[in-house]
Ligand binder design. Structure first.
Ligand code: PSV
Ligand code: MN
Length: 410
C-alpha cells in the first residue's frame, strides 16, 4: 500500500474511533456485500436511436461469463452473474452447462429475468394483455423460466412487467389489474420453496398512458397478495425526477418488503448509466436506510444487482466503476455517527443532524476500501488500474472484434 494511502487510512481509523465505530466491523461489511453483475451489460447495447458497437463486446453467454469473471477478479465482491433469458439463450437449449461453466470461472448464476417485452406478440402487453393467446404464451414462458432457473442454479426470478396502455379507453384498467395478479401467480406458484420473485416497477415506458406496475405501491400490493417469497425490486432509474428513493426504500424495509435493487443512475429515466455518477448522495442515503434497518433487526435479505447498459464508455470499465461507486456509498454510510445523530434528532437539532450526515458523506473512504481490497487478496487496490494493466480489453478486442450481440436498442 502506498504510504500516502496508509496515512490516510490511519486518520480514517481515528475518525472512526472518535465516532465510536468499529473499523473491523465496517471492513467485514464491505467484504461481505455481494453485487450481481448483469450479463446484458457486457453485450452491445444502445438507445432506441441506435447502438455504438464496442470492440470485444460479448457475443454469447459464454463470453459474458468470461467477462464477469474478469470483473470479479479485480473487484472480489461480484461472484454472481444475473441473466436475461432471451439474451442468454444457449445453442442447444441446455442450461446446466451454463451453471457448470460459471462455476469453473468462480461464479454462480443469480437473478434470472424472464423476457416478456421483446416480440410481436406483446403489442398490447404480456400477462396483462387482453389477448388470451398472448397471456397463455407468457404463462408458458414463465414456467420455462422456472425450469431454466433450476438448471442454472438460480434461486431468484426478477420480473419486470413491461405492460401498459397508450390511450385512454384502450382497455379496462381493472381487468388489467386482475390479469396482472393472475399472471404473477402462475410464476409464484411454480417456483420452488427456496426461490423468490422480485417484482420491479417503472412509471412509464414502453407504454405511456398507464403502466400496469407503475410504482412501489402496486408492486408491494401484488407481492403481499402472492406471499412471503415475493418482494419489491427497486430500480434506481425507474422513478420520476425528484422522487425521494431513500424514503421509498425505508418504507419497504419497514414493511419487510424490500427484495432487491437494480442499480444505475436515473438521468436516463431507465437503466443505462453508471451508478453513483450523478447522485452519489442518494445512493449514500439509500445505504443509510439499509444499515439502520439492519441495526434495528429488520429483514435486510436484499439482492443487489446492477442493471445497466454502457453506450459510450467501455462496458467492463463502466461496470467496474459502478461497483466501486456502490462500495464508496456503503463505506460512507457505515461511517455515520449514529449515536450522535440520534441525540441530535432527540434534541430537535436539525442543523446538527444534517451536519452529522454530511460529515459521514464527506469522509475520505478511499483508503478504507484500499485496505479492504488488500485484505481480500486483490492484486491491486485500484480495480480500474488492475483491469487496464491485465490486458483483457485488448485480448477480447482481438478475439471477438466488433461482432458482439445487440441487446437493447437498435
Ligand atoms: C426495464 O427498463 C429494465 O429495468 C428491466 O429490469 C429489464 O429487465 C431491464 O431493464 C432490461 O435491460
Ligand atoms: Mn431494471
Amino acid at each position: 500500500m502506498k504510504v500516502r494511502l496508509k496515512d490516510r487510512y490511519d486518520s480514517l481509523c481515528e475518525i472512526a474511533s472518535a465516532r465510536g465505530l468499529d473499523i473491523e466491523n465496517i471492513k467485514e461489511k464491505l467484504k461481505k456485500q455481494v453485487i450481481e453483475l448483469p450479463s446484458w451489460a457486457v453485450g452491445n447495447s444502445g438507445t432506441r436511436y441506435g447502438t455504438f458497437r464496442e470492440q470485444g463486446a460479448a457475443r454469447h453467454i459464454w463470453d459474458k461469463i468470461d467477462d464477469c469473471a474478469e470483473i470479479q477478479r479485480v473487484l472480489g465482491v461480484c461472484p454472481v452473474m444475473a441473466s436475461h433469458v432471451c439474451w442468454d439463450k444457449t445453442e442447444d437449449g441446455r442450461y446446466a452447462p451454463v451453471r457448470e461453466y460459471a462455476q469453473e470461472k468462480g461464479l454462480r448464476i443469480g437473478t434470472l429475468h424472464p423476457n416478456t417485452f421483446l416480440g410481436q406478440e406483446y403489442r398490447f402487453g404480456s400477462i396483462c394483455s387482453p389477448q388470451p393467446e398472448t397471456r397463455e404464451m407468457v404463462r408458458k414462458h414463465l414456467l420455462e423460466c422456472v425450469d431454466i432457473a433450476r438448471e442454472m442454479g438460480s434461486k431468484c426470478i426478477g420480473m419486470w412487467v413491461a405492460d401498459g396502455t397508450n390511450y385512454p379507453g384502450q382497455d379496462s384498467l381493472r381487468e388489467r389489474k386482475h390479469r396482472l395478479y393472475e399472471g404473477l401467480k402462475v410464476l409464484y406458484d411454480a417456483m420452488d420453496d427456496d426461490m423468490r420473485m422480485l417484482l420491479e416497477y417503472k412509471p412509464f415506458e414502453p407504454f405511456f398512458y398507464t403502466t400496469d406496475v407503475c410504482d412501489w405501491g402496486v408492486s408491494m400490493l401484488n407481492c403481499q397478495k402472492l406471499g412471503p417469497r415475493a418482494k419489491v425490486l427497486v430500480d434506481l432509474g425507474h422513478h420520476l425526477h425528484g422522487v425521494n428513493v431513500e424514503h421509498i426504500v425505508s418504507t419497504l424495509l419497514d414493511e419487510g418488503m424490500l427484495g432487491g435493487f437494480h442499480f444505475n443512475n436515473h438521468r436516463y429515466a431507465d437503466d443505462d448509466l453508471i451508478t453513483g455518477t450523478v447522485q452519489p448522495f442518494d445512493l449514500f442515503m439509500i445505504y443509510k436506510e439499509i444499515i439502520d434497518a439492519e441495526l434495528d433487526g429488520l429483514d435486510t435479505d436484499i439482492t443487489y444487482m446492477l442493471d445497466q447498459s454502457h453506450n459510450i464508455e467501455p462496458s467492463i470499465e463502466g461496470i467496474i466503476y459502478s461497483v466501486m461507486n456502490i462500495q464508496t456509498s456503503l463505506a460512507k454510510a457505515l461511517m455515520i455517527d449514529r449515536k450522535a445523530l440520534r441525540e441530535a434528532q432527540e434534541n430537535y437539532d436539525v442543523i446538527m443532524a444534517n451536519k452529522i450526515l454530511m460529515e459521514a458523506f464527506e469522509t475520505d473512504v478511499e483508503p478504507l476500501l484500499a485496505v479492504v481490497r488488500e485484505e481480500m487478496g486483490l492484486e491491486d487496490v485500484d480495480p480500474i488500474a488492475n483491469y487496464r494493466r491485465g490486458g483483457y480489453a485488448e485480448k477480447i478486442a482481438r478475439e471477438r472484434g466488433n461482432t458482439g450481440i445487440n441487446t437493447l436498442g437498435g
